[in-house]
Ligand binder design. Structure first.
Ligand SMILES: Cc1cc2nc3c(=O)[nH]c(=O)nc-3n(C[C@H](O)[C@H](O)[C@H](O)COP(=O)(O)O)c2cc1C
Length: 199
């Protein structure tokens, strides 16, 4: 069964919630499934290592999870207008996939959370697209036919879904934010299946 890899990092849980909504969207499309994976935190102490299995939530992603995905949804909290270091660290370890051209032609989309409304969601989403373009992936955003984009007063952008988590990182997702996550999942799933058929 082909799958959309939903690869995310989340420290306080907001990005993880978004990942589950993206998965719901993928699961609405028959013939393809969602695979949720996360990445370990990184430490300023170089010798520190994480357990190989996280205490809760999705398993850690392997390079093979990425190599064999039909499509990718990449999620990260906003950190100074950029993706979080653990996600960047994981992506920096994917040069063997880049050299092999493994991800060329696969669809990909991005999602993020932030504490403040104008705290850099779009900048983060755009920065997350750059390594995916280097990998040859085909970027999928959200079209304005998703009318929640016009109505939302919190997260949600044409570059990808986003969520305003608030200063304590604990605001629940709004209905618009949830639907936009699902729309990305559905769009990635349909695009991946169409591309598979065209091969
Ligand atoms: C080092 C650091 C930098 C951050 N930078 C920003 C920022 O630039 N803009 C913003 O709105 N929030 C910023 N935040 C808040 C996070 O985006 C917020 O905690 C995140 O959305 C929570 O996601 P999570 O629950 O998935 O960990 C930052 C948080 C940390 C720890």
């Amino acid at each position: 069964m082909p799958y959309i890899l939903i690869l995310y990092y989340s420290r306080y849980g907001a990005t993880a919630e978004m990942a589950h909504q993206v998965a719901r969207g993928v699961e609405e499309v028959s013939g393809i499934e969602a695979r949720l994976r996360t990445v370990p935190t990184v430490s300023t102490v170089c010798e520190a290592v994480e357990d190989s299995i996280p205490k809760e939530g999705a398993p850690y992603a392997s390079l093979d999870d990425l190599r064999h995905c039909a499509g990718l949804a990449l999620g990260s909290p906003t950190r100074f207008g950029n993706m979080a270091a653990p996600m960047k660290y994981f992506l920096d370890g994917t040069s063997t996939l880049w050299m092999g051209g493994d991800l060329i032609g696969r669809p990909a989309g991005v999602f993020t959370t932030s504490s403040s409304l104008h705290g850099g969601q779009e900048a983060t989403l755009l920065s997350m697209m750059l390594p995916l373009l280097h990998q040859g992936m085909l970027l999928v955003g959200l079209p304005y036919s998703e009318t929640d984009l016009l109505r939302t007063s919190s997260g949600g952008t044409p570059y990808g879904p986003s969520h305003l988590a608030g200063p304590e990182s604990n605001l629940p997702q709004t209905e618009e934010e949830k639907r936009l996550c699902m729309a990305l999942g559905k769009r990635l799933a349909r695009t991946a299946l169409a591309l598979n058929r065209a091969r």
